[in-house]
Write a protein that binds this ligand. Structure first.
Ligand code: FMN
Ligand code: SF4
Length: 480
């Protein structure tokens, strides 16, 4: 609920809460992020994999449910988002947004598709981004198969005691055969070829947020060549990486947006409902040991077990994949892990504890990955919840070597050039269409109710937000 947790007017107040929660070892803040400060980490040029970045801030991939429904090509709404990402001031645009490797594997009917026929429009979009940036930017293409969340079929790597109930037909669906797994991995070759031809600088093989390659990593109960032990479970990801190499050339850079912690699905507890709002979240009832999560403690699946994610990162590094964008959770199962907020979207639940705990999880796991694999280039997440103090946290993490770059997702929808402003002046004052993200989740509630995704503070989406609010009211709900 709005104002239940995030009540901080000053950095001192926020630090006090962090300390009170016992999270001071995980979440730190620099006092000063003003441009006059020498060696300001967020603004420093840095090496990131094979690239030289002009600063250490990253735009995370953000889709808008607004690609062309028939072709999967970018529409004017998509291009507007890309242009704003280009102008954001971020030196690295990791992925832009999820591009399906083929139409059946889209997570929604308007997801973009990295198909040969879309090369021209995507290429034109990239040229526009580079122009709007006005300075060098590194742009990656996020390639995905949506797995069990695909629109064109039920593509399961394992049966899940809770998630099968959330996907129509999953309980009675057979698992993907090993041959199907090999075929889908092979599709990354064509898609990567399109990405390179369109002008991307690298390809991100998405393995997070519960989509196909993430579910593959978690498929402990799957029989056969791609299930059971970690060696087998990481094969689909490695095959997709090899396919990218086949579709491009051996030297084309590859990164992985990677789940450090799947966790357990959450559900609303109706006992904690207040009028107009969903109930508090609680873990879904699943048998223990919990054998369906990657990076997840089997005895207590609400806490991470990073041993396997760290091992997979090591293998990827050996295979020449040196760039990682680390994340946690799944948008349809436990969105509080992925996008910490006190005002959740309509398909989620109210926080069961202070969302700073999830921010701490992101920061802790990124720092551990960096400590374990110093050669890896690591972009971290979890910043937008900190609102006006996120750059202080980024500065702390980067200066302390807890990540190589800090990524922003929602923040750039609500205040498209917040990074540029902060780098130039140290502050981001509110103006029309420029408000520091308050995590109000309209950008996710919209698509869950069949609208496109836009920010509540973006005047271009005023009509969408009005219609969405009316729909929510009809359901007896309000946004926050
Ligand atoms: C509207 C919306 C669209 C998103 N689209 C993608 C996507 O296409 N690919 C992806 O990896 N993550 C996607 N994410 C997750 C973000 O990249 C990011 O990890 C998440 O919002 C947490 O970062 P933040 O706290 O800075 O927002 C999306 C999130 C939102 C809210
Ligand atoms: S709607 Fe805007 S303010 Fe709300 S979470 Fe999304 S980007 Fe942030």
């Amino acid at each position: 609920m709005k104002g239940e947790y995030f009540t901080f007017k000053t950095l001192g107040e926020l630090r006090g809460r962090v300390a009170g929660l016992g999270l001071a070892g995980e979440i730190g803040f620099a006092d000063d992020i003003a441009p006059g400060r020498r060696d300001r980490a967020i603004a420093s040029p840095a090496r990131f994999g094979p690239f030289q970045l002009r600063n250490r801030l990253v735009a995370h991939p953000m889709e808008g449910w607004d690609g062309d429904a028939d072709t999967g090509a970018p529409t004017p709404e998509v291009l507007r988002r890309w242009e704003r990402m280009g102008a954001s001031g971020a030196a690295l645009l990791w992925g832009l947004e999820a591009f399906a490797v083929d139409t059946p594997y889209r997570a929604n009917g308007r997801q973009l598709v990295m198909a040969p026929d879309n090369t021209g429009p995507i290429s034109a979009g990239l040229r526009m981004i580079r122009k709007s940036a006005g300075a060098p930017v590194v742009i990656g293409a996020q390639l995905t198969c949506s797995g069990r969340w695909s629109r064109g079929g039920v593509f399961l790597m394992h049966h899940h005691p809770d998630l099968d109930r959330r996907v129509k037909g999953a309980e009675s669906s057979p698992l993907m055969t090993d041959t199907q797994v090999e075929e889908v991995a092979g599709l990354y070759a064509r898609a990567a070829g399109v990405a390179r031809e369109a002008g991307f600088d690298f390809v991100d093989v998405k393995a997070c947020h519960g989509y196909w390659l993430n579910e593959a990593l978690a498929a402990k109960t799957r029989p056969g060549a791609y299930g059971g032990g970690l060696e087998n479970r990481m094969k689909p990801l490695l095959m997709a990486v090899e396919a990218v190499r086949r579709g491009t050339d051996a030297g084309f850079p590859v990164g992985v947006r990677f789940s450090m912690f799947d966790g357990i699905p959450f559900e609303e507890d109706p006992a904690f409902r207040v009028p107009g709002l969903k109930g508090r979240g609680r873990p879904a009832s699943c048998p223990l040991p919990y054998r369906w999560g990657f990076g997840t403690n089997e005895d207590d699946p609400t806490v991470p077990d990073p041993a396997e994610p760290l091992a997979v990162m090591g293998t990827l590094l050996e295979r020449g994949v040196g760039m990682f964008n680390l994340s946690c959770g799944c948008p349809y199962a436990n969105s509080h892990l992925l996008r910490p907020t006190e005002t959740p979207p309509v398909d989620a639940y109210q926080p069961h504890h202070d969302p700073l705990h999830e921010v701490a999880t992101h920061f802790r796991l990124a720092a551990l990955a960096k400590l374990t694999h110093p050669a890896a280039a690591i972009a971290g997440a979890g910043y937008s919840y900190l609102r006006g103090f996120k750059f202080h946290a980024a500065e702390h993490n980067l200066a302390a070597g807890r990540a190589d770059a800090a990524g922003l997702g929602r923040a750039l929808l609500s205040y498209p050039d917040e990074i540029r402003r902060v780098l130039d002046t140290g502050a981001a004052p509110s103006a029309r269409g420029k408000v520091v993200c308050t995590g109000d989740s309209a950008c996710t509630t919209g698509p869950r109710l069949g609208f496109t995704s836009g920010c509540v503070y973006d005047p271009a989406y005023a009509e969408v937000i009005r219609d969405m609010n009316a729909r929510l009211a009809g359901m007896g709900l309000r946004r926050k």
